[in-house]
Design a protein around this ligand. Structure first.
Ligand SMILES: Nc1ncnc2c1ncn2[C@@H]1O[C@H](COP(=O)(O)OP(=O)(O)O)[C@@H](O)[C@H]1O
Ligand SMILES: [Mg+2]
Length: 228
């Protein structure tokens, strides 16, 4: 049974540091995301976009408030339960890519599908197709260190797609890419959104990408605003 709301956030605040050095990053954030929505999260550098994404994915904790991911209250889950929830339902493209350095491109992309219990043969075939779609058909056996930044970014995207997530978080997915490659990735994101009803939450400075999203949310002074 899919949850009615993919993400639900109530009165979320996040501050770091102590006493006079305390820094408030997020204040009173409220958010409800329905299945298959696409959301652009925008805001100036340092406005808390990456912090919010990490909290929504259960990779970081808020200081106050409540976050439900696929109906599950994250504060009541331990690390293992959160990891299991992510493995089943969530894809994540980090700004820093986070590829496994000892695995080649194909193996990196296969990993989430294998973790979901798909066979080596099926997952390898899917991973190959995804990498070919992203123009990396000639890079299957390359290690991350042998790939350019833009190529690593595409491998990270292919990996996020390979688990067939219900919800995909991406932090600047087109940030380091030329226009044409950026558009190819946007096409892939929205085809996932249309055909597999994948919910998209994208941090982006790319106006074209943001314009294709159904909703636009802006972080300013720690608060989250919906733009019309
Ligand atoms: N663990 C931390 N300790 C101290 N400051 C942090 C920590 N994490 C983030 N920050 C600060 O919080 C603010 C928001 O960071 P971030 O979420 O990375 O912003 P964005 O992704 O919008 O650029 C920044 O000023 C950053 O320096
Ligand atoms: Mg960031």
């Amino acid at each position: 049974m899919p949850a009615e709301n993919i993400v639900e956030v109530h009165r979320l605040s996040k501050s770091v540091g102590q006493g006079a050095h305390q820094l408030s990053i997020l204040t009173g954030v409220e958010l409800v995301v329905k299945p298959a929505q696409s959301i652009a999260l925008v805001g100036e550098s340092g406005s808390g976009k990456s912090t919010l994404l990490a909290i929504l994915a259960g990779l970081d904790d808020g200081s106050e408030g409540e976050v439900l991911l696929l109906g599950q209250p994250l504060h009541r889950l331990n690390e293992e339960q959160r990891a299991a929830l992510r493995a089943r339902h969530v894809g994540f493209v980090f700004q820093s890519f986070m590829l496994v350095p000892t695995l080649n491109a194909l193996e990196n992309v296969q990993l989430p599908a294998l973790l979901r219990g798909e066979s080596d043969k099926t997952s390898r075939q899917q991973a190959t197709e995804l990498l070919e779609q992203l123009g990396l058909g000639q890079r299957l056996r390359h290690l991350p260190a042998q790939l350019s930044g833009g190529e690593q970014q595409r491998v990270a995207l292919a990996r996020a797609f390979s688990g067939r997530p219900d919800l995909l978080f991406a932090d600047e997915p087109t940030g380091n890419l030329d226009r044409q490659t950026g558009e190819r990735i946007a096409d892939l994101l929205f085809s996932l959104n249309r055909h597999q009803a994948t919910t998209l939450i994208l941090v982006t400075h790319d106006e074209q990408l943001a314009a294709r999203c159904e909703r636009r949310l802006r972080l300013r002074d720690g608060r989250l605003w919906e733009e019309s």
